[in-house]
Ligand binder design. Structure first.
Ligand SMILES: [Zn+2]
Length: 260
């Protein structure tokens, strides 16, 4: 079934992803467990964030965010692990993924690990399918500030002690403060509904959206936090001053969808 309306919004289409509902909460749950219980998955995490990979976390404000990067690695591991055990059983989940995202493939593409990874590296449709899936799972997490804090604390452990990217670092080894791009301010302002996340004061009338002072690093730069849209929240000036460089937990209060 095609969704016909897309043709009416052709010029806006790059601002949308198509929700396919392919087990996104299953992926989200797996990623949540990895981040919350990082100790148990250390070897896997090391492969994604360790060594030179930490440079990905250090680059300031890219639209393929640190969380996109992490999600892609974990999600691909989940989708692709069936290929390693294809002698034991048919890779049903992988096939369902390919079919849901209309990625053309042949039986030969799944015949061996080598065939499969050649196919993966050559199929643009496969890459764009994983990109879409990552975007859909990202959408779930971007609203979960508690999770974003845990994720950014995990990233901070790797940024602390990174032996690379000296030009991005202060003398203390923390990331330099950089200007916050307009797309980041817009995303955070809208997600937080123009309110200080801590005291719930409305900032809509107070701040000029061009100001950057109210955009607080959830894991402070001084604690090896990243310059990433997933590491920012809206805070009013008094709350921001109180917080300073402490690792104060994020507010667990979210606005209800509608009043009581
Ligand atoms: Zn406040």
């Amino acid at each position: 079934m095609t969704y016909r309306k897309l043709s009416f919004m052709a010029d806006k289409s790059r601002h949308y992803y198509e929700a396919r509902g392919f087990s996104i909460y299953y992926f989200a749950n797996a990623v949540f467990n990895v981040v919350k219980d990082a100790g148990a998955f250390l070897r896997g995490i090391e492969e994604i964030l360790g060594d030179m990979q930490v440079l990905n976390l250090m680059r300031p404000f890219h639209k393929f965010t640190n969380l996109h990067y992490f999600l892609e690695a974990v999600i691909r591991q989940i989708i692709e692990e069936e290929i390693e055990r294809r002698d034991e059983h048919e890779p049903r989940f992988l096939i369902a993924f390919l079919q849901t995202y209309k990625v053309s493939f042949t039986a030969e593409n799944l015949a061996s690990e080598d065939d499969f990874y050649t196919f993966v590296s050559e199929s643009e449709a496969y890459q764009s399918a994983t990109d879409d899936l990552v975007d859909e799972v990202f959408h779930v997490f971007f609203h979960d500030i508690g999770f974003l804090q845990s994720f950014n604390e995990l990233c901070a452990r790797y940024i602390d002690g990174a032996g690379f990217g000296q030009e991005l670092l202060t003398q203390a080894g923390t990331l330099k403060r950089v200007p916050i791009p307009a797309w980041v301010r817009r995303a955070v302002f809208h997600r937080d509904k123009g309110e200080c996340r801590e005291c719930k004061r409305s900032l809509a009338m107070v701040i000029n959206r061009l100001e950057t002072e109210r955009y607080d690093h959830i894991v402070p730069l001084a604690r090896f936090g990243a310059n990433d849209v997933t590491n920012l929240q809206l805070l009013c000036e008094p709350c921001n001053l109180t917080k300073a460089a402490s690792l104060q937990p994020v507010s667990p209060f979210y606005p209800r969808a509608f009043g009581p």
